[in-house]
Design a protein around this ligand. Sequence first.
Ligand code: PLP
Length: 352
Amino acid sequence: QALVNEFARLGEPMPQIKARIAFNENPHGLSPKAKDAILKAVESGNRYAMFEGQELKKLIADKEGVKPENIMLSAGSSELLTAMAVYFTGSAAKGGGGTVLTSQFTYDDLLGCAKKFGAKIDAVPLTKEYRFDLAAMKGKVGPDTKLVYICNPNNPTGTIVPAAELVAFCKEVSAKVPVFIDEAYIDFLEPKDRPALPKLVAEGYNLFLTRTFSKIHGFAGLRLGYAIGPEKFLESLQDYSRGEWNPSVTTLKAGIASYQDEEWQNFCRTENTKASNLLYKGLKDKGYDYVPSYANFVLFPIRMKTKQFEKEMFSNGILTSTREYNNQPFCRVSIGTVDEMGLFMDVFKKIV
Ligand code: PLP
C-alpha cells in the first residue's frame, strides 16, 4: 500500500502488476466446488447465517477430534488475534497489561494490539535456523506472563518447530499460562506432519489455536477463519468479537464445500512445492541463501535496502515484500504460480 501511495504522490504511472506475490495469497483461486457453492448461495444473501456455521463447525470438529463447542468461527483469523489480545491484556478486571511472551521476527497483529493495551512484549531471539527458541522461551515464563504467542509455521520466516517439541512445550507451559498457537499456514504441511494440538485442547489443556481459510483455501478476500480452544473460553471470547456472526452465508457455504475438497487442497500444496523449488533453484544459481519454508512464502537475505528493492521490483511489475531483522534486509516473497516465480526470478536477476 505504501508503494502504491508513493507512486500516486509522485504522479508516476502505476506499473502494471504482473505478479502479486506480497500477501501470501493463494494464486490458484478457489476450489471449483467452492465457486459452485457461492453461485448457489446468491439467493440466500439477504439472510444472516444460521445453520451454516454449525455445519462447518461439525465438519472441523469431526476432523480434528474436538467438539463443535471447541470451535469459534470468524471472518478471517485476524479478528481472533486481536480479540485474544484484548481478552488477555486489555481487561482491567483481569489485571490488564502484563507481558506477552513470543519470539522476535514473527507476525505482529496480536502483539501490536496487546501493546496498545499497555502490555509488554518479551520477544526472544530466533534460533540460528530462524526458528522459535522454545527452550529459551520456557525459561522466560513468569508471574507477569499473560499469554504465550507462537506462530507455526512462522511468518515471515516460514520455519516450524518440530511437532513433538511443540506438543511437549504446550503441555508443560500451558499448565502455568495460556498458550496460543497461530496456525495460519498449517495446511501447507502434510497432514501427518502437523502437530496434534487439537487433541490437547480436547484433553483440557489451556491451549488455543487459530486457523484461516485465507491461505490454502484461497479465501483471503472472502474472509473465514476459526479458533480451536476450551469451550468456556470461546464463550467468553464472543464478548470481545462478533466472530461467530461475522462470516456471511455465502462465505460459509463456500467454506463447507472447500473444507471437504481435499483434492483442491492437495493440488494447491503440490503447486506450492513446485513453485518454491523453482525459486530455491533460481536463488541458489544466483548465489543467494534462503530460509527453507514450510509455508507459501520464502524469506531470503538481500543485498539492497528494503525500500529500494521493493520499489525496483514494483517498477518491473512485481509486487513483493521486505523486512529487516538484526539490521539485515530480507525479501519475503509469497509463492505464486510457477510462471509468476519465473517472472520474479527474471526481474530479480535484472535488478540485483
Ligand atoms: N496469522 C498469520 C501468521 C498470518 O500471516 C495472517 C495473514 O497473513 C493471519 C494470521 C491473518 O489472516 P486472515 O485474517 O486472513 O485469516
